[in-house]
Design a protein around this ligand. Structure first.
Ligand SMILES: [Zn+2]
Length: 110
């Protein structure tokens, strides 16, 4: 796979939730197109600005990076993204969910 990414950047004029003007929204910081680590200023990458709507609290990026092809954004093999132990599933992996389900099933039959 090529590591070339193709995006265009769509400027947001109004909040997608409440419609307030984006010029009044609070800037929270920058977001890199990859892992940022503790010191993103020393990382190479493409950034966008993360803002918070002062009207409704929606947090969003502005400009909004939009991939020309969805594979440009999500086309990373999972082995390259997750650590190896993420793929190790123990026998009791879903035990918490099973216990919760049993609890709710018991409540429902009472
Ligand atoms: Zn809003």
């Amino acid at each position: 796979m090529s590591n070339q990414k193709r995006y265009y950047f769509y400027h947001i004029d109004n909040c997608n939730m409440c419609g307030s003007k984006s010029g009044t929204h609070k800037i929270l910081g920058k977001r890199l197109n990859g892992s940022q680590g503790k010191n993103p200023k020393k990382k190479i990458g493409i950034t966008t600005t993360i803002v918070k709507c002062t009207g409704c609290g929606l947090i969003y990026s502005n400009p909004q990076p939009v991939p020309f092809d969805i594979q440009d954004h999500y086309g990373v093999p999972p082995e390259n993204y997750w650590k190896e132990d993420y793929f190790t599933i123990t026998d009791n992996y879903f035990q918490g969910e099973i216990d919760r389900l049993k609890k709710y099933l018991t409540l429902k039959t009472e």
